[in-house]
Design a protein around this ligand. Sequence first.
Ligand code: GCW
Length: 594
Amino acid sequence: MTGVHPAWLPRDVDDSIVLTRDPDCGLGEEGYTIARAGGVTTVVAAGEPGLMYGAFHALRLREDCPAATHRPAKARRVMQHWDNVFVHPVMGQVERGYSGGSVFWEDGALTADLDRVSDYARLLAATGINLVSVNNVNVHAGEARLLTDRLGEVAALAGRFRQYHIRVLLSVSFASPVTLGGLGTADPCDPAVREWWAAAARRVYAVIPDFGGFVVKADSEGQPGPFAYGRTHADGANALAAALAPFGGDVYWRAFVYNHRQDWRDRSTDRARAAFDHFSPLDGQFADNVILQVKHGPIDFQPREPVSPVLLGMAATRLAVEFQATQEYTGQQRHVCYLPPMWSAVLSAVADRVDAVVTVSNVGEDPYWTGHPLAQANLYAAGRLAWDPALDPIALLDEWIRLTFPDAAAGVLHALMDSSWAVYESYTAPLGVGFMVKPGHHYGPDVDGYEYSPWGTYHFADRDGVGVDRTVATGTGFCGQYPPPWSARYESLETCPDELLLFFHHVPYSHVLHSGTTVIQHIYDIHFAGAAAVTEMRRRWDALPPALVGEGLHARVGELLAEQERSAVEWRDQINTYFFRKSGVPDALGRRIH
Ligand code: GCW
């Protein structure tokens, strides 16, 4: 490394890495070439971001390799936080946060530890992330003020992120012109409202010239939105987009819009349909700097969902896919659950259609960053997949393991993690049915917890069968929201994949799966197998010499695996007992069902 020493330069870079700037190399701001020979790695890039990504890549390399060119597949690689500034009475400092408090906010104030923000920025930059939102999409009254009189705190965070070429996003409240501006309306077509947003954007760019834009959750779970004024979501998004456009900012407008006050007796309303029903009629109406941000599945980050039809259908709209690294429905960072195989399957269908990959962060003030030390792998791979959605998720796991642990521990870590998502799925809700969690906090089993609730997440189990009929022929018609070949594949019992059977169909317990076993027997088998797999994970971890991975980390993971085993047994027994009682069908293998 010659002469310069920018903030992003990894601490352990030495003369074995040569960074060279070539403005004419034609790789854009973020691309680079990298080659390694005789123990020296050479990085060439046009811009400082490219040199930075190349330097991080150099640290990942062990072997000599011929020159190769790397450019990000997506220009927008986003990490979003659900961090509150003020501790929320129900949701705490971080909504659905399982890693302690926020890295940004503490009890109503900006963190006093901005150096940790810099550390976090370096961590994210090393994975390839280049945009970060610093507050919850549920924007409460105090948090709304980050856009106005508390803007200086956002600027302070932006200053730390800028050192690592990461731009900051802010979640804003659609009602801001009223609640902050004192106007009588937030109608997006009202000229005074539009001018209010334009002035707000001008103030932001005056202090954060590289500001990335706004994230908006509107008309969703109680957040204000354009419906109150008889306007569409295109009207709403475009008003904010017009304010940001002169400065090059984007609006990340969330498609997570559904009726959360549904009557469970109403069988005609299907929450899975909601996003497509709301947004597909607006295809082509959004401004160029609006990115419609779509959860990867049609419901809500369940352990197994089909890809959202919005991501397959809105060809004239810029789209982002949203993943959830924070493990709200996948073990809450108490269970090992390596999620990239799920994300990668989604990306294989939608990567070409999206302009941005967004992940909800799993990071907090925890010393291991992510509560469960092994949940760091989800964070790492989220950034790497945003950079290159075609990367193999299991190769990424091995990359993370190699960078984090000594080689002697790699085999055990791989065995614990590579199929941990499938293991989690197997002892929780079966065959894609979802939402058998305890209401509110969403940890642990409660089969009927949401069955008679207003949230629209039902499984319809009775004495004869289980699952949601979403076919066009006899059900809610959700299958018809998919283009071919998906629509036909999901509509037909013959072609619907087993793992999504109960998402799309209501079937009798005697229905025979493609695997050859009945639904009821599969439920028993998979839950016994899932809990047993966790016992085996725990045994393997306990056999690992603590000194190899560090005593503290070994102890933390060991405690969490004990909890995972307890929880898996609880899931197994409640699910199996529930379905045994409903169906009256005994386990063919005569195992103990309570
Ligand atoms: O799954 C739900 C969560 C909410 C979250 C919401 C969303 C931030 O339970 O906590 O709110 O999704 O994605 O907006």
